[in-house]
Design a binder for this molecule. Structure first.
Ligand code: ADP
Ligand code: MG
Length: 351
């Protein structure tokens, strides 16, 4: 069966199960939105969860790396890790997408092309050559053949774009489920479709004011339930049954909203404890800028502290060494440069 255009008028989205789950998911997400609006240092938390999302979304595509590698690459100290670099670029793609929708207030084909371009580091754009097939990675069996010609792909994308920006009365949380399925089924690019599609999810939620900043990310949930994720795509396609897929993603929204609140709370708690210890043991060098910088960067280096605190290299070095002495940082040499790790924070992020 070839891919249907949206909206799927022949499908009932108002089943009892969906409506029940929708209530739970909406409530959890609203709570996250409300909670996020009350906390100071939001930029620190957004930064941390965005990196986690970049890591998990890449992991779904078998680009596996560690927090240690990612934060080392972020210090730009010459540390090399291909996979971590991919993750850092993916993080940049999330931000580019976010800035684009804040400026434009819509999502169109071009938005998606720009995001994918950053992920894949090439300008191949929408598929022009036929031959793309989704295969079972173990058996090599073809599971699904997405639309092949560029014209067809563009027509589906135009339809998706209209659906994304239309004001119908379908709940945006149900729409995001259909949008993700449709985008992955169009599979408009040679590669990077999974990751671009997962960025589209968060952008769509922000566009619809369900969340203000990009902090709800489903990739951890999807990665942990990967088999179901793939299986349900096929159920939608082969059986024209969408209920299980929608329930699956809605549950992801509920679980992830709750987990994100917990993560934010634990980071805040750690920041308060850290601050208390810092102030008590090193009152002469304590400053809010320094504390924030250690939590924003996670792994920092002398030049970052010079800039953040407006001090000389010598002073910055002395700050970091003193923090290491009291156990609030741990250093490691990369080439000729020393980086300093906020080990307590990284432990929370890597949980
Ligand atoms: N049977 C399927 N139907 C539709 N989409 C699928 C199916 N199986 C996998 N996908 C989607 O394709 C993505 C992988 O596509 P790919 O272009 O390789 O993305 P990436 O480069 O980000 O790895 C998966 O993450 C998933 O979202
Ligand atoms: Mg791929």
């Amino acid at each position: 069966m070839s891919l249907k255009m949206l909206p799927y008028n022949d499908v009932d989205f108002n089943t009892e199960k969906i409506l029940q789950q929708l209530t739970l998911s909406s409530r959890a997400l609203a709570e996250l939105k409300g909670y996020a609006n009350t906390i100071p240092n939001m930029h620190i938390l957004i930064n941390a969860v965005t990196i986690n999302e970049a890591k998990d979304s890449s992991a779904i595509e078998n680009i596996v790396t560690t927090h240690d590698d990612i934060y080392k690459v972020l210090t730009e100290s010459g540390y090399k890790s291909e996979n971590a670099k991919e993750v850092v670029d993916y993080r940049n793609a999330i931000w580019t997408g976010y800035e684009l929708i804040k400026k434009d207030n819509f999502i169109n084909t071009n938005t998606l092309v720009k995001i994918q371009e950053i992920i894949e580091h090439n300008k191949a754009g929408i598929r022009k050559l036929p031959g793309t097939e989704l295969k079972n990675s173990k058996t090599g069996e073809v599971i699904y053949t997405p639309p092949q010609s560029e014209k067809e792909i563009r027509d589906y994308l135009k339809n998706l774009e209209d659906y994304i920006n239309s004001n119908d009365n379908v709940d945006p949380l149900i729409k995001v489920c259909l949008i993700h399925y449709q985008f992955e089924s169009i599979h408009p690019f040679y590669d990077g479709n999974g990751r671009t599609g997962r960025i589209l999810n968060i952008l769509y939620l922000v566009l619809n004011d369900l969340i203000d900043s990009p902090i709800l990310y489903l990739s951890k949930y999807i990665n942990e339930t990967k088999q179901e994720y793939y299986k349900l795509f096929n159920e939608c396609r082969n059986e024209n049954k969408f209920e299980n897929w929608i329930l699956y993603l809605l549950r992801g929204i509920e679980i992830t909203s709750k987990d994100t609140i917990e993560l934010i709370k634990s980071i805040q708690l750690e920041m308060n404890n850290y601050k208390a210890e810092f102030k008590e043991k090193l009152p002469k060098i304590y400053s809010n800028e320094l504390l924030e910088s250690l939590f924003y960067e996670v792994y920092t280096k002398i030049s970052y502290i010079e800039k953040a605190c407006g001090v000389t290299r010598l002073t910055a070095t002395s700050y970091l060494n003193q923090l290491e002495e009291i156990g609030l940082l741990e250093s490691e040499k990369i080439g000729r440069e020393k980086i300093y790790k906020n080990i307590r924070l990284i432990k929370l992020l890597a949980k």
